[in-house]
Ligand binder design. Structure first.
Ligand SMILES: NC(=O)c1ccc[n+]([C@@H]2O[C@H](COP(=O)([O-])OP(=O)(O)OC[C@H]3O[C@@H](n4cnc5c(N)ncnc54)[C@H](O)[C@@H]3O)[C@@H](O)[C@H]2O)c1
Length: 416
């Protein structure tokens, strides 16, 4: 059998700067610098004293909201002021541990002059609509992932935010934790040489086993790629830079899923999306990432993410978590060794990206920023298009690699 690619072909397309040494930036484009601390938004909001926290209003008080409320309590940059949900009882119940938090209607929350940032924790189908309402009210918005149910809606959100001069942030912020950031530091310092490839595997039997309202996971905007892919693709872009082209294939095993817990246990949910998605992402650097995202398997022993370079390989921990061990195997050394934690927010939780947005100066892109989230959504939607059409799809979008996070405590100053 002949070579898979002509000799030297892959190396010829690799970014020569990628992973070549200490402090070398892999993305050749200039990074936008963050504003000095004195220009930071949370220090210069109208009606806020210097160093005062930014006021947050939360829309959507479902399963994930409790994690945010716990983190916000630990973060000096942000303060929970009010919540809203289509179901006001759910909102009230969610903030029972946080007395003094107002329960408002959605329109009331949007009009509330105290609120600087809307934290959008609604289901993916409502992300764009809520974000656009927040932007129209002149507020910054930080959204759970994905940024919107599709690229067209996400583009409307970013366009509206640009016109209104407000900032957009988006989950996942897990990549700001010590797991992904330690791996990034290792790559940036040349430990594995030039990165050539990565693999990313997420495989589970499906969230309907534990989520009481899993409908959205099987509706357009859901599926394993749009649900879990944001963690993996955001991590891959953080480690290897933006993506230029994708190929893919996908399928589904069942037309219905049965809810496994809660008041609707036993109820069937229709499956309207593919539930096993595979693909290859061609990074601008020339590195190739192979992706497997599935709600159709039972279990896997594949690492969540591996990155392979010319001089070594890394095992990167679960990008759905903030921490975890980074393992390295380097040419000339025996076996695998665990790398010391060297970068990222220590003991971080969901919401650290919101604090990063609150700390970014006006005009500065937050680390968990809208343009990164837009590119990640574009990668995923393009991969699904490629799977449907059976052809490679060239991406229209790109993004800058977000700034790295030096090692620091969660509540520490988010300055560089
Ligand atoms: N559940 C998890 O483990 C998890 C983890 C990470 C991220 N997320 C993401 O968080 C988001 C929410 O997920 P969840 O599991 O909390 O969902 P959920 O269904 O439990 O909660 C969503 C809440 O949003 C409310 N809502 C929906 N549309 C609304 C609207 N237009 N206005 C006001 N409220 C509205 C619903 O009433 C509900 O209370 C999703 O984007 C999901 O991808 C969830």
């Amino acid at each position: 059998m002949g070579p898979v690619a002509p000799r030297g072909d892959l190396a010829g397309h690799l970014d020569p700067a990628l992973g070549q040494g200490t402090d070398l930036r892999r993305d050749p484009r200039a990074q936008r610098r963050r504003a000095p601390a004195r220009q930071r938004a949370h220090r210069h909001r109208k009606g806020h004293g210097v160093g005062e926290p930014v006021n947050v209003g939360v829309v959507g008080c479902g399963a994930i909201s409790a994690q945010y409320f716990r983190t916000i309590e630990r973060l000096p940059q942000v303060r929970l002021v009010a919540v809203a949900d289509l179901d006001p009882d759910r909102a009230g119940e969610a903030v029972r541990p946080y007395p003094g938090t107002d329960v408002l209607g959605v329109a009331e929350l949007m009009a509330d002059p105290r609120i600087d940032v809307v934290l959008n924790l609604t289901v993916p189908a409502a992300h764009a609509e809520i974000a656009l309402q927040a932007i129209a009210a002149g507020k910054d918005v930080y959204c759970e992932k994905p940024l919107a149910a599709n690229v067209a809606d996400a583009a409307r959100v970013l366009r509206a935010a640009g016109e209104a001069g407000v900032r957009v942030g988006c989950a996942p912020d897990t990549v700001l934790g010590t797991g992904t950031q330690t791996a990034r530091m290792a790559i940036d310092h040349g430990l594995i040489g030039r990165p050539v490839a990565a693999t990313a595997t997420m495989l589970t039997p499906g969230h309907e086993r534990w989520h009481p309202n899993p409908d959205f996971y099987y509706a357009p905007g859901g599926g394993p790629l749009l649900d879990m892919g944001p963690y993996y693709v955001t991590c891959l872009v953080t480690l290897l830079g933006p993506v230029t082209r994708v190929v893919g294939a996908s399928g589904r095993t069942r037309a219905k899923r049965t809810i496994g817990s809660g008041p609707r246990q036993g109820e069937e949910v229709p499956v309207k999306v593919d539930t096993h998605v595979t693909g290859v992402l061609v990074h601008e650097s020339g590195a190739l990432s192979t992706l497997v995202m599935s709600f159709d398997g039972v279990a896997t022993r594949s690492p969540n993410i591996e990155v392979h370079g010319e001089k070594g390989s890394l095992v990167v921990p679960d990008p759905n978590h903030f921490d975890g061990a980074v393992l390295a195997s380097v040419l000339g050394e025996e076996g695998w060794r665990e790398l010391p934690v060297s970068a990222g927010y220590v003991e971080a939780g969901r919401g650290v990206g919101l604090a990063d947005l609150a700390s970014a100066g006006s005009g500065a892109e937050p680390r968990a920023g809208g343009s990164l989230a837009f590119h990640v959504l574009d990668v995923m939607e393009s991969l699904l298009d490629a799977a449907r059409s059976g052809t490679a799809v060239t991406l229209a979008s790109t993004c800058e690699r977000p700034l790295p996070v030096p090692l620091r405590p969660l509540a520490g100053e988010l300055d560089r």
